[in-house]
Design a binder for this molecule. Sequence first.
Ligand SMILES: Nc1ncnc2c1ncn2[C@@H]1O[C@H](COP(=O)(O)OP(=O)(O)OP(=O)(O)O)[C@@H](O)[C@H]1O
Ligand SMILES: [Mg+2]
Length: 464
Amino acid sequence: MMMGDTMGTFGSSMASLFFFWATFQQIFPDHLKIAIKEFLLFSDRVINFFSPYIVISFPEYEEYRFNHAFAAIDTYLGAKAIGKAQKIRASQVKESKGLVLKRDEAKVRDVYQGVNVWWEIVTATDGDRTHKLTFHRRGLEIVTGSYIKYVMEEGKSIEAKNKKMKLFTNNPSSNWDNSKKSLWRHIDFEHPASFQTLAMDPVKKEEILNDLEAFSNGKEYYKKIGKAWKRGYLLYGPPGTGKSTMIAAMANHLNYNIYDLELTAIQNNSELRKLLTATSSRSIIVIEDIDCSVDLTGKRRKRDGDLSVKKDGEDQNQSRVTLSGLLNFIDGIWSACGQERIIIFTTNHIEKLDPALIRRGRMDMHIELSYCSFEAFKVLAKNYLDVDSHLLFGEIESLLKETKIAPADVAEKLMAKNHKVEVDGSLKDLVESLERRKKHQRGHGDDHKKKFGGKKLKIFRELF
Ligand SMILES: Nc1ncnc2c1ncn2[C@@H]1O[C@H](COP(=O)(O)OP(=O)(O)OP(=O)(O)O)[C@@H](O)[C@H]1O
Ligand SMILES: [Mg+2]
């Protein structure tokens, strides 16, 4: 058939259709039109009843409230098979790190445990959007039993990964009003620390990383053993050995927010409780220098074997957050409010802490950050000077064995002067500084032991 013939036939068919529609509008009265419409709707239901396909809808808004399931599906579908998509939409959201890439296609096919499903986004005339999920009746059990849950969890975890991390600090209670928001103030957390650049014994580092991984993937495990999904770490060691740096590296590794809890700004245990219940899931709660924050040691009294709370009026000048309040927070109410939290205490003086505070089970892992070893030095040399070996490495190794120097002090020697990396000069500087320290430490043999606990510290290490 010729092209012209085809066009002719098409044109006459369209003309007949318009004619039919005009006649229909004129002849049929309104009530008949409604009856026909209803019949069509009914037949639609009949077809649906016999159709082997099921459709589930997830509207964007339900009863004027945003439906979080819609957002999770959106993120899941957006991230899914981005490589295969032909159209990609990039956007930058305020709360998000960098650009967020999404598939910009209305229909997406997905396969889950052998079941084919189709997602389609439908926009109503009022602009409201709905995700429609279509699948064969055969897959009903898998889709409703686990697929939808899987999509939600994946979506939420992608959302969490894309989210910018935050560093929260508690406001003094005099600034609190009735909103939860007034308890903590926050800034974006953009610390560059990572485990890769953390200078410490590689075996210990690996152990900590494995522990963190096991924790963050441990949802089912914690549920099974009936324990709250939380973990406590005690970081101890002299100043400048990387305790705060490690907290930043942990937050970056897990993509958790940090709540830096300043105990001295808290009046009493009930304020402490309020603050903690206002923290979100997937976060690290930090109390730095716990020995200095509040006098938690020695002052507690045993009453019927219980850790008693200080009487009102006692220690008026000090913060009235007590040891028992803090212990309650770690294992009592704490367990009931929220999931996936890490609590970290840091101290320079582990021997000053009350054993009740740091016993196993409360603080699951005790991590000592110590003076710079040769292994740790090599990490710093790589970070700061980008060298794996050097003639002076041998000398530095033997000097480090005999000298106590914090990684922070080594880092300072290796840091580029005026942004110019000078390998030989920096290493020579370090050698000289180590030699000076060696002499000085020989002269004051026991000073450092006295400063950092000496015997007590050793006994403590043997205990754990
Ligand atoms: N183990 C380390 N690995 C890499 N850098 C380190 C390490 N320790 C210290 N530094 C460097 O020294 C600086 C100070 O370290 P950091 O604040 O982590 O010490 P700290 O143990 O928290 O000290 P303090 O007990 O005084 O709080 C950091 O900014 C970091 O650059
Ligand atoms: Mg610190």
